[in-house]
Design a protein around this ligand. Structure first.
Ligand SMILES: Nc1ncnc2c1ncn2[C@@H]1O[C@H](COP(=O)(O)OP(=O)(O)OP(=O)(O)O)[C@@H](O)[C@H]1O
Ligand SMILES: [Mg+2]
Length: 319
């Protein structure tokens, strides 16, 4: 199953003095199971693009197939929007602003109810969604959304989308406005939801360090066009081009570059802080304890948990 986008163009306020070509000939294929990051300068077309994927924007030209649902610009044919919204769940920036019911339970139930599911199924989904986002169902279900903390509200808003059990989950700047701890929690939640609920996840973010934590592929938008569509380890080899369009390079890539310039032999593609830590451990051992190091030591079996101050955990592999 795939999402296939062909020659997608979109113009805001066409034929007015405010005309703006937001998307210009976008062609993309997103595969089931992708963990896709979308980056790009402000105004590059990221949000306009994703809003096409669940039918919020009507196609002006081009074609989109979302799994087996066809979206068409032809006014005479109707796209199957109801089925589409059950397939693609969209979490907007600051989704908590859209909470409007007087209890958490009612708010989370809104989407599944609109899908026409029976009351039993709606209740089951609401409970599961609230638990999936890490909240205590019994404790929170009757509370008013406005009395929750910022992070809790955001979780409730995400639960409202998850309750529709979308195959594709799209999040636009999901950590915007949260403190470092809140960000961390939402990032772990997204990874958890990919495993447990929506196998295909698309995240827009301005923070490349954040993206390197999870994405296996990154799309870069620039002026309404796809500038790069690459696996993460290949993308940051184009540091100069990214820099030229105002995009940051992940910290780990920059540090690795500086260390290599100073003669430290770091092996492999380094994109995330975890990659960097692995490479430094390997380089250190090669330089200092080569003779004593156990040949069978498998460094890929070490996993660094950056939230844990004790930092280095031994994994499952042989060591
Ligand atoms: N409602 C609108 N009316 C007119 N122009 C718009 C509207 N929404 C967006 N645009 C324009 O379309 C272009 C693409 O906007 P879009 O919101 O998709 O960018 P973005 O990449 O999501 O930016 P950001 O990172 O700031 O969220 C921009 O030039 C923007 O000014
Ligand atoms: Mg946007």
């Amino acid at each position: 199953m795939q999402i296939v986008v062909k020659d997608l163009n979109y113009t805001y306020s066409a034929r007015t003095p405010f005309e703006r070509h937001a998307l210009k000939g976008v062609n993309l294929t997103i595969n089931e199971g992708d963990f896709l990051g979308i980056i790009g300068h402000t105004g590059s077309g990221k949000s306009t693009f994703i809003m096409h994927l669940n039918g919020l924007f009507k196609l002006q030209s081009g074609e989109i197939d979302v799994f087996d649902i066809k979206l068409v610009p032809d006014k005479k044919k109707k796209s199957d929007l109801r089925r589409l919204r059950g397939t693609v769940g969209m979490v907007f920036q600051y989704p908590e602003y859209q909470l409007f019911e007087d209890t958490v339970e009612k708010d989370v139930a809104f989407g599944p109810k609109n899908m026409g599911l029976d009351a039993d199924e709606v209740s089951k989904r609401v409970k599961r969604a609230i638990e999936l986002v890490g909240l205590d169902y019994e404790d929170i279900k009757d509370r008013a959304p406005f009395e929750l903390s910022g992070g809790q509200k955001r979780r409730v808003a995400i639960a409202g989308i998850i309750a529709m059990q979308p195959k594709v989950l799209i999040l636009d700047e999901p950590t915007a406005g949260l403190d470092p701890y809140g960000k961390e929690q939402i990032l772990s939640l997204i990874t958890h939801l990919k495993k447990e609920c929506s196998p295909t996840v698309i995240v827009i973010s301005h923070d490349v360090d954040e993206i390197t934590r999870f994405a296996n592929r990154i799309i870069v938008f620039n002026n309404g066009k796809v500038m790069f569509d690459l696996p993460m380890n290949e993308l940051f080899r184009h540091a100069d081009e990214l820099h030229a369009v105002g995009l940051e390079i992940p910290k780990a890539v920059r540090i690795a570059q500086k260390l290599r310039e100073r003669g430290v032999q770091l092996e492999g593609d380094i994109v995330s802080l975890n990659d960097l830590l692995h490479a430094i451990v390997v380089a250190y051992n090669k330089k200092h304890i080569d003779e004593t190091v156990d040949e069978n030591l498998n460094f890929s079996a070490f996993e660094f948990d950056l939230n844990d101050s004790s930092t280095c955990k031994k994994g499952e592999g042989k060591a």
